[in-house]
Design a protein around this ligand. Sequence first.
Ligand SMILES: Nc1ncnc2c1ncn2[C@@H]1O[C@H](COP(=O)(O)OP(=O)(O)OP(=O)(O)O)[C@@H](O)[C@H]1O
Ligand SMILES: [Mg+2]
Length: 265
Amino acid sequence: MAIISIANHKGGTGKTSMCLGIGVYFARNGYKVLIIDMDPQGHIAPGLGIDIGYDDPSMADVISLKKGISDIIIKTNIDGLYIAPATIRLNYVSETLYNTFQRERRLKKALADLIQDHLYDVILIDCSPSMGPLVENALTVSDYCLIPCEPSSRSIDGLADFMHRVNEIREGELDNKWFIVLSRVKKAAKLTNEVIDEKLSEFTNRIIETKVFERETVNQAQIAGVTVFDFPRAGDVIDNYTKLGAEISKKCGIKKHSSKKKKDK
Ligand SMILES: Nc1ncnc2c1ncn2[C@@H]1O[C@H](COP(=O)(O)OP(=O)(O)OP(=O)(O)O)[C@@H](O)[C@H]1O
Ligand SMILES: [Mg+2]
């Protein structure tokens, strides 16, 4: 099983869209997938057309130790895809964590049984655009970290700060296990793209070759409350996420062998 955080302290870089895109890719290719929403904005459930009310069971209950993760996991209507949703309530729980002993280990403890029983092939964690306790929790339990990054000078410059924080949290354990994914790349912005490629050359081996291109259909699918895989005229976006998913699968060594005997919730 591979646990992958999709994180960047910068907002709007395409974390959630990428999480949904590759999550659906893996599920459609026969992997058993859990997406954990660690962002109080709670965009994962609506991205799959699922309504979650403020008081419904969610990650806030797990992080505040009121429920186990299996009590809140929802089976989606995509075969093999499960989610642990979040709502804004997670924000209030996050604020209570600041002075708590081992505050960064709550998610790791909550996932211990899932990991031991190998219930999923891949767990994707959608992170909030911050460096606070929720991101600490996600990174503490992760085997890999994907960092969606927009092709702008400021985004690339901000990467060093984020990587510094990742290294602080994991004391170097994720050293060779983080990857930058260029996202929301505008094909027409040739000059910018060249400058960005040059700037990124210092991160050799850490760059995922497949770039995610800016496509209006991503927004339209979001408005319609479906993933791009279920949206008409999204063929090129589907191809894009398919290529990305396949590359990530190789880089992170994701294999299909979750326990089939365990009962689906
Ligand atoms: N490849 C893309 N093409 C076009 N629009 C995109 C693409 N990826 C994301 N977007 C749009 O950009 C906005 C931000 O995307 P998304 O929510 O995935 O980013 P995020 O990093 O999760 O944001 P936040 O930091 O707020 O959690 C959304 O409106 C989304 O539809
Ligand atoms: Mg997001």
